[in-house]
Write a protein that binds this ligand. Structure first.
Ligand code: HGY
Ligand code: MN
Ligand code: MN
Length: 408
């Protein structure tokens, strides 16, 4: 089956970006995000599929089954992109899912269960500092009230940003458990394993548990020339020492999968001749081993207080989110493995170190992720790349797996 249509669409979507190609930037409810949503809905309608949008902006594209009362089979991913990202993170799962639905519809043999493609709102944390907002709300992990309280760097809230077509009641987003029979997400690996081993397909058993924290350091500030070093309470240096502790706690956690990143730092007043008096720092910390993660985080939290006390800087610790890892469905793993074997695709079981909407869909129904290789394992950068051949195998397997699940 030709992959040209999908390859062409991935290239088209990549051009809907706040930054010039090859960079891709599409932040929640930015003009580019809204344009990408409209582009996708137009594609879905042109394919004769049903579409709807929920109050937080999750898009649902449905291929009705012959027995529509049965719980549907779902697939999906995201099209939002962090600043200076690539063309394949998330989009392979959304456009690959659209391609699968079109192929099934074009086969003329309707599935028994309806198959629903979901484009999740805000998988990336860029706008509000929390990832997977759309799937968290579908799973009821984030309430409407918590979502309304979120503010972006400009103080804007969800209700300031939601486009007219998403104007419904946020309380209506959450879905009941069992609403879907299964959920399968196709995604690039965002790691080097599959390419290194020359294996075209990864079947994900566990999705790492992400936790994120916002720290605020408040010191005395002052004139960069007039305040002598022993008299300083420099908020940035307390943050810098804490960032190094994040690295050490991850390296010394006792688990090879622990990763810690200080990716956001805001310094006030941010003038070259003024000592930083107020610094906000955001930490992303993950592991598939929850105990190892929690031990390392406790070390960072206690250490940051010790650093602040020693430097005369106050330290505020806020949890942005702290989620348990997801375990994928053994039944779905076996189903996809049998489909891959029938297609002649070698495959391996593995973990996901990135988080995905599957992390929250796993709270609603049996869930599986299918990975394909990406060049050098690179992702979240403009030179992120997945070949048409690898994407084609991923879509073949996704299509066969969805069909297999939808016929039961
Ligand atoms: O950060 C992640 O793991 C995902 O790409 N948002
Ligand atoms: Mn991403
Ligand atoms: Mn992603």
């Amino acid at each position: 089956m030709s992959i040209d249509r999908l390859t062409q669409e991935l290239a088209e979507l990549a051009l809907i970006s706040a930054h010039p190609t090859p960079a891709v930037t599409r932040v929640l409810f930015s003009p580019e995000d809204l344009a990408a949503r409209k582009w996708l809905l137009d594609k879905a309608k042109a394919a004769g599929l049903l579409t709807r949008i929920d109050p937080v902006g999750n898009l649902f594209i449905t291929l009705p089954g012959s027995d529509p009362e049965l719980p549907s089979i779902a697939t999906g991913s995201h099209t939002d992109a962090i600043p200076n990202a690539g063309a394949f993170d998330g989009t392979v799962g959304v456009l690959g899912g659209l391609e699968a639905l079109r192929r099934i519809r074009e086969s003329g043999d309707p599935p028994r269960r309806s198959i629903e493609l979901i484009m999740f709102t805000a998988e990336e944390p860029t706008r509000f500092g929390i990832g997977c907002l759309g799937s968290r709300m579908l799973a009821g992990t984030t309430s409407a009230e918590e979502a309304r309280a979120l503010t972006d760097a400009d103080g804007l809230k969800l209700d300031d940003l939601r486009p007219p077509e998403c104007r419904g009641n946020l309380e209506d987003v959450a879905l009941p458990e069992g609403c879907y029979e299964a959920f399968v997400e196709l995604h690039i690996e965002q790691g080097p394993l599959l390419e290194k081993e020359g294996v075209p397909i990864g079947l994900v058993e566990r999705i790492a548990a992400p936790a994120a924290f916002r720290l605020r350091f408040v010191g005395n500030g002052g004139h960069a020339g007039a305040v002598l070093m022993p008299d300083r309470h420099d908020a940035f240096l307390a943050a810098a020492e804490t960032a190094l502790l994040v690295e050490r706690a991850a390296l010394e956690s006792g688990s090879p999968d622990t990763v810690g990143t200080t990716g956001v730092l805001r310094i006030h007043p941010g003038a070259i001749n003024s000592i930083p008096c107020d610094v906000v720092m955001e930490i992303d910390f993950r592991d598939t081993d929850l105990d190892a993660r929690e031990r390392a985080i406790a070390r960072i939290r206690d250490g940051s207080q010790e650093i602040g006390a020693r430097r005369g800087v106050s330290v505020e610790w806020n949890v942005i989110h702290s989620d348990p890892p997801a375990i994928c469905s053994p039944h779905l793993l076996d189903t996809a493995s049998a489909c891959a074997t029938s297609l002649g695709y070698s495959h391996r079981r593995m973990i996901s170190r990135a988080y995905h909407d599957s992390l929250f869909m796993a709270r609603l129904c049996p869930t599986l992720m299918i990975f394909i290789p990406c060049r050098n394992g690179w992702s979240h950068r403009p030179d992120e790349y997945a070949s048409p051949e690898d994407i084609g195998r991923g879509v073949d397997l996704l299509t066969h797996t969805l069909l297999e699940l939808a016929r039961k």
